[in-house]
Write a protein that binds this ligand. Structure first.
Ligand code: ZN
Length: 428
């Protein structure tokens, strides 16, 4: 008898190009086999996965969980619950908390808080500079030893070229990526949306595409020079995608991620959704959306990440000029990217082995021996986004009321079935 058999699902393991109906066998918290023929052995528990997708546990490498310091927006526990509800078994949490995660004590505290919650795994990303001030590098070795999986001042661009170059060198020494929030503040200054015809029509200050692509070009050059790993967060412009493609072709260690909103919405969304469509980088043009989609399809971009950014309704009510940037995303990402926007294999790859490789973590795969973190997805389930039902403490999304197709029904964490919406499929 083994612990668990997940019977007859469509097993998708992009790390080894596996896409076929199979049984997944789990014992002792690990995948012991993926049987593509024959009958599975007896098990203490069974999930009938007929008609479902069985994937490696989804990974979101860019979330803001707001704890410590912003618990009215989100906590590590509520963020981990939102993650599991959205099908994610692992999330990486950005450092722009209060206090900032620039100290090993805070890194260790976050890990302990996540373990108490016992839901999705929460991997801290430490700050690149003290207090996100862009002046003094943090102690990369100590933070890495404390459990930081990458380094980022996300939310704040690193304006000083010398600091960014040193960060990539320090990242190389500890074997971790430096994640860039690429934005030239001297060009973006005061902008609240994409600089283009919609901003002109609305009379709002704009953020030009070059504010992103100039910084991506700069940082790609540093990655090439230093051998450090640059990961570009939330890429939004065709020119930045092209810069990443060129850098990779030239052999630099550069990776990048796209968000569901930059794959699906353009600047027109600001007209109907106002501040709920205010994010940084901003929603761009149809041509930019097409370039980001192409970048994912051709492998230039290896990762989809939500940039889950909870904010209180009162803050988002301040309008385009006063509201903070960002939207929640953990509970809508999967449905947004799977239906028609990308192929199934591209979407699942960018939510599993893509981020796992970028972070250098042992996850995102479904081979014998891997930790049994899995996601069970009903690809055809129709549902409507109702922010009132979110597990997240925040509701700031432009997708409220949108008809969706596809939903995670449950996840397994080291073989333990969590957040099951499996009805009669789960027997033990
Ligand atoms: Zn950012």
């Amino acid at each position: 008898m083994i612990d668990l058999v997940i019977r007859g699902g469509r097993v998708l393991d992009p790390a080894r190009d596996l896409d076929r109906v199979a049984h997944v066998l789990v014992d002792g918290g690990r995948v012991v086999d993926v049987l593509t023929s024959g009958d599975p052995p007896g098990a203490r528990a069974t999930i009938d996965a007929t008609g479902l997708w069985v994937t490696p546990g989804l990974i979101d490498m860019h979330v803001h969980l707001r704890e410590p310091g912003g618990e009215h927006k989100e906590t590590i526990a509520s963020g981990a619950a939102a993650a599991v509800a959205g099908g994610f078994t692992t999330v990486a949490a950005m450092a722009n908390t209060s206090p900032v995660n620039d100290d090993p004590e805070i890194t260790r505290w976050m890990i302990a808080r996540a373990e108490e919650a016992g839901l999705a795994r929460v991997l801290p990303i430490a700050a690149v500079t003290k207090g996100l001030a862009g002046e003094t590098l943090t102690d990369f070795a100590a933070l890495r030893a404390a459990g930081a999986v990458a380094f980022s001042d996300d939310g704040m661009p690193i304006m000083q070229a010398r600091i960014m170059r040193s960060a990539l060198e320090a990242g190389r020494r500890v074997g971790a990526a430096v994640i860039a929030h690429a934005e030239d503040r001297t060009l973006a200054c005061g902008g609240v949306m994409h600089a283009g015809i919609v901003a002109s029509r609305l009379g709002l200050p704009g953020i030009p595409a070059a504010a992103e692509s100039d910084m991506v070009t700069r940082d790609c050059a540093f990655a090439a020079e230093t051998g450090g790993h640059l990961h570009v967060a939330h890429i939004s412009t065709a020119s930045a995608v092209a810069a990443v493609r060129d850098a990779r072709a030239a052999g630099a260690r550069v990776s990048a991620e796209a968000t569901p909103h930059h794959l699906t919405l353009d600047a027109e969304a600001v007209v109907c959704h106002g501040a709920l469509a205010k994010m940084n980088p901003p929603l761009r043009t149809a041509a930019d959306i097409a370039a980001v989609r192409t970048g994912l399809a051709d492998g230039t971009l290896e990762v989809i990440a939500s940039d889950h950014a909870p904010h209180h309704a009162d803050e988002k009510a301040l309008g385009m000029e006063g509201a903070p940037f960002g939207i929640v995303g953990l509970e809508t990402t999967l449905a947004l990217v799977h239906a028609g926007v990308l192929t199934v294999s591209t979407a699942i790859r960018a939510l599993t082995v893509g981020p796992a490789t970028t972070l250098g973590i042992a996850a995102g795969r479904l081979a014998a021996g891997s930790v049994a973190d899995l996601t069970l997805i009903d690809p055809d389930l129709r549902w409507t986004v109702d922010p009132a039902t979110f597990r997240s403490r925040s509701r700031n999304t432009p997708f409220a009321g949108m008809a969706m197709r596809g939903k995670a029904l449950a996840v397994c964490l080291a073989g333990r079935v969590v957040d099951g919406d499996l009805d009669g499929r789960f027997t033990r």
